[in-house]
Design a protein around this ligand. Structure first.
Ligand code: ADP
Ligand code: MG
Length: 665
C-alpha cells in the first residue's frame, strides 16, 4: 500500500523515503529501537512525581546554558524545589497551578529533574516506543503513522510462519506481534513479539537460501571428467606437502567438479593457511577436464601476485596462463581477448577486467574469486554468466566458525582450512601506547640494518580517503627525512593509479624499497617473505579481523616477525582488544570476538556478500533461533516438494526469487 494513504505532505513523504520507508508495510516494519518505560513507582535513586506548579520559574543564563528553578507541591502536600537545566523554553507552560510530571533525582526536597512533562502522570505512564527518525519528523507524528498503517493493514498481516510451527515454538501470531512491538502493554509483550519476529525473519532467510541452493543443484552443471592420476602427480610435484585441511578442501572441491551439479562452495581459512595452492589445484583439475578457468582478485596487486604464484606452480605443466588487468595496453588486452575466445589461454588471472563486455570465453568452466568480501554479488554474477554452468568457488580470509558459516551461507557448501603449514612462526605482536615511533625506533633500525623490510600502516580515517592519503604522505615524508639516504621509503595508497601501485609493490618485492608506508590497500593477500616487521598507527581504529589480516602480511617465510600496534588514544575497551591480539593468533577466535563486538555486518561485509542485514535477529545472540529455523526450513521444503505443504509461505518466497532472477524453473 502506498504512502499516500497517510494523507500527509510531500515533505513528510520525502523524509520517510530518506528513512527507507516507501510503503505502509515499511512503516509497520520500522520497529522502535528502544522503549521508555515509565512506572508509577520509585526506581532506585530516580523518582517520578506528579505535582502542581506554585511559583513562576526563575531562569539564569550562562552563555547558551540555562538553569531554571521553581517550586511545586504534590498530592500529599509535600513541597519541592525543582531545578532543570537547558529547558528554559518550557517556561511558558509552567504557569502556576498547572499539573506536570517530573522525572529526576530527589534530595532533601530538592529535585534535579532530568525531564519534565507538561501532563498528568496518568497520561504518560506506561511503555513508550522510541523510533529512530530523521529530522523533521517527531515521535508523536510517526506513532500516528504507525497507528494508521496498522489499521489499514491489520487484516493482511497473515503469519508466514505456518500454524504448526507457531504451536510448536509457542509463538504468537504476526498481527499481534506487529501490534505489540509498537504498542506494548508490558515487557512480556515486547519479548513475545521479538520472539515471533526473529523466528519469522530467520525462517524466511533460511527458506530463501535453501530454495536457491536446491534450485541451483537441480539445474544441470557440467560433470567434469578429471584424470585423477595426473592431478595426483601435480600435487606431489608441488614444493611442499599439503596440510591435512588443505587435502580435505581439495578433495571436496574435486568431488564437486565431477558432479553433474554446479559447485557453489565457500573456502575459508585463516591468513597464511594456504588457500592459494588449493585454488591452484582446483584450477588444474578443471584444466585437466578440458575447460578454461578464471581466478579473480579484488586488486591489481593481488592479481599479479596470484599470477606469479600460479605461473610458478604450473611451470612444468602444459597450462597456458595469462594475466588480464586494467593497466594493460589496448593491444595487449585485445590479444588476450582473442586467445580467450579461441581457447589458447587455459587459465586467466585478473581483476574486474575479467568480466567486461568485450571478454568472451571459449568454454569457461570454473571461476574462483579471492577475498570475497571485496566483491559485489553483481560482479560475481557477471563473471559467472560468461560461462553457462560454471562451477564457483569463493575464497575468504575472514574465517567464522563452521557451524555459523553453514547457518549464514546456507546456499553454499563450506570448506574450512584451520591448520597452518608446519613450522610457521607466530607473529610477535606488541601493543605500544604511543603515537610516535620513539619506543620502537631502536628495534626498527636494528631490524633494517639486518636486511629486513618493514610495512608502516597508516591510520584508517572514516571521513575520507583524502585524509588517509594526507596522513600516509606525512608519515612517509617523515620516514624519508629520518632515514635520508640509508633506506628507500615507498608510499602506497588508494588514489594512485593501478600501474603506479604495481610499480611500488614490485619495488618492495625486489627489495628496492625497504620501508613501505601504506594505507590499508596493502591489506589483502600480498606475500613478501623478506618483510617481517609491521608498524600500525592508530591501531584502535581497526577491527580485530582487519588487524589480523594486516599482520598476516608478515611472517610468511620462516623468519621471526614483529607487529607493533601503536595507539595513544585507545579507550579501555580498545586497549582490551589490542592486548587480546598480543596473545591470540587464531583468526577464527578473533573474528568471533569481532562479531560479538561489532556485529556481523562489519566482519562479513554482508552488504557485499549478498547477505541481508537482519532487522530484529542477531546472528550471534539468536544463534539458536537461526539453527532451529534452518532445520525447520529444510523440513518445510521437503514437505512442500512431497505434498505441497506450506505452500503459502514457500510460494511467496519463490515468487520473490523469480522476480530477482535468482530462480530458474
Ligand atoms: P592465504 O591462505 O593467506 O591466501 P597463501 O595461500 O598465500 O595463504 O599461503 C601462504 C604461504 O604459505 C605461501 O607462501 C604458500 O606458498 C605457503 N604454503 C601454503 N601451503 C603450504 C604447505 N602445505 N606447506 C608449506 N607452505 C605452504
Ligand atoms: Mg590469499
Amino acid at each position: 500500500m502506498e504512502l499516500s494513504a497517510l494523507k500527509t505532505t510531500s515533505k513528510r513523504i520525502d523524509i520517510l523515503h530518506s528513512m527507507n520507508i516507501y510503503s505502509m508495510e515499511d512503516i509497520l516494519y520500522h520497529f522502535p529501537y528502544r522503549y521508555d518505560i515509565i512506572e508509577e513507582s520509585y526506581e532506585s535513586d530516580h523518582m517520578i512525581i506528579e505535582a502542581s506548579v506554585i511559583t513562576q520559574p526563575k531562569i539564569f543564563f550562562r552563555g547558551k546554558m540555562s538553569r531554571m528553578s521553581f517550586e511545586v507541591v504534590d498530592h500529599y502536600n509535600h513541597h519541592y524545589q525543582v531545578v532543570i537545566f537547558n529547558r528554559h523554553y518550557l517556561r511558558t507552560h509552567l504557569t502556576p497551578s498547572s499539573t506536570i510530571t517530573i522525572l529526576g533525582k530527589c534530595q532533601n526536597n530538592k529535585i534535579t529533574a532530568s525531564d519534565i512533562k507538561i501532563k498528568p502522570l496518568s497520561e504518560i505512564a506506561g511503555i513508550h516506543p522510541v523510533y529512530s527518525l530523521k529530522e523533521g519528523l517527531n515521535q508523536k507524528s510517526f506513532l500516528l503513522y504507525v497507528k494508521k498503517a496498522y489499521q489499514l493493514l491489520k487484516d493482511d498481516l497473515i503469519s508466514e510462519v505456518p500454524e504448526e510451527y507457531i504451536i510448536k515454538h509457542h509463538l504468537i501470531h504476526k498481527d499481534i506481534a506487529i501490534y505489540n512491538i509498537h504498542f506494548p502493554d508490558s515487557k512480556q509483550d515486547i519479548k513475545q513479539s521479538l520472539k515471533y519476529l526473529k523466528y519469522e525473519e530467520f525462517l524466511k532467510f533460511q527458506l530463501t537460501m535453501q530454495l536457491t541452493k536446491f534450485n541451483r543443484s537441480s539445474q544441470n552443471g557440467i560433470a567434469k571428467t578429471i584424470d585423477l592420476d595426473q592431478l595426483q602427480s601435480f600435487i606431489i610435484a608441488l614444493p611442499f606437502k599439503l596440510t591435512h585441511d588443505q587435502s580435505m578442501a581439495v578433495k571436496e572441491i574435486v568431488d564437486d567438479l565431477q558432479k553433474p551439479q554446479m559447485m557453489y562452495r565457500f573456502l575459508q581459512g585463516d591468513v597464511g593457511s594456504g588457500k592459494t595452492v588449493v585454488g591452484a589445484i582446483a584450477l588444474y583439475a578443471n584444466y585437466l577436464s578440458g575447460y578454461q578457468g578464471a581466478l579473480m582478485a579484488p586488486t591489481e596487486i593481488l592479481a599479479s601476485q596470484h599470477y606469479q604464484t600460479l605461473s610458478n606452480f604450473f611451470k612444468n605443466t602444459t597450462v597456458n596462463i595469462a594475466l588480464l588487468t586494467g593497466s594493460l595496453s589496448t593491444k595487449e588486452k585485445n590479444e588476450i581477448y582473442e586467445k580467450l575466445q579461441n581457447g589458447e589461454i587455459d587459465i586467466i588471472v585478473g581483476t574486474h577486467a575479467l568480466f567486461q563486455k568485450k571478454v568472451n570465453y571459449k568454454n569457461l568452466g570454473f571461476v574462483i574469486t579471492d577475498e570475497q568480501h571485496r566483491f559485489g554479488v553483481e560482479q560475481r554474477k557477471a563473471l559467472k554468466n560468461k560461462g553457462k554452468q560454471v562451477d564457483f568457488l569463493i575464497m575468504s580470509a575472514t574465517p567464522i566458525p563452521r557451524t555459523l558459516a553453514i547457518a549464514l551461507y546456507g546456499d553454499m557448501d563450506v570448506s574450512t582450512i584451520k591448520s597452518k603449514p608446519a613450522g610457521r612462526q607466530e607473529v610477535e605482536t606488541k601493543f605500544i601506547e604511543s603515537s610516535s615511533m620513539k619506543p620502537i625506533l631502536k628495534h626498527l633500525k636494528d631490524y633494517l640494518a639486518s636486511g629486513g623490510q618493514c610495512y608502516v600502516i597508516c591510520p584508517l580515517v572514516d571521513e575520507s580517503e583524502k585524509l588517509e592519503v594526507r596522513n600516509a604522505t606525512q608519515i612517509s615524508e617523515a620516514m624519508r627525512s629520518y632515514f635520508a639516504n640509508q633506506y628507500q621509503v615507498g608510499l602506497l595508497h588508494g588514489q594512485l593509479k593501478d600501474d603506479e601501485k604495481n610499480e611500488i609493490m614490485q619495488q618492495f618485492i625486489d627489495n628496492k624499497i625497504q620501508i613501505l608506508v601504506s594505507t590499508t590497500v596493502v591489506e589483502v593477500g600480498v606475500d613478501v617473505k623478506n618483510a617481517n616487521m609491521m608498524i600500525i598507527y592508530n591501531a584502535e581504529r581497526f577491527g580485530m579481523s582487519q588487524l589480523h589480516q594486516l599482520r598476516g602480511r608478515i611472517g610468511r617465510g620462516n623468519q621471526k616477525a614483529y607487529c607493533y600496534l601503536m595507539s595513544d588514544q585507545a579507550s579501555d575497551e580498545a586497549k582490551e582488544r589490542l592486548h587480546y591480539l598480543e596473545s591470540c593468533q587464531d583468526g577464527f577466535d578473533l573474528s568471533m570476538y569481532d562479531l560479538k563486538l561489532r556485529g556481523p555486518g562489519e566482519v562479513l561485509g554482508e552488504r557485499q556478500s549478498g547477505l541481508p542485514s537482519f532487522l530484529v535477529g542477531d546472528v550471534l545472540k539468536d544463534y539458536n533461533i537461526l539453527e532451529i529455523a534452518r532445520n525447520d526450513a529444510s523440513n518445510m521444503i521437503m514437505a512442500y516438494q512431497n505434498q505441497k505443504m506450506y505452500a503459502y509461505t514457500i510460494e511467496r518466497i519463490l515468487e520473490k526469487l523469480k522476480e530477482n532472477n535468482e530462480y530458474v524453473d
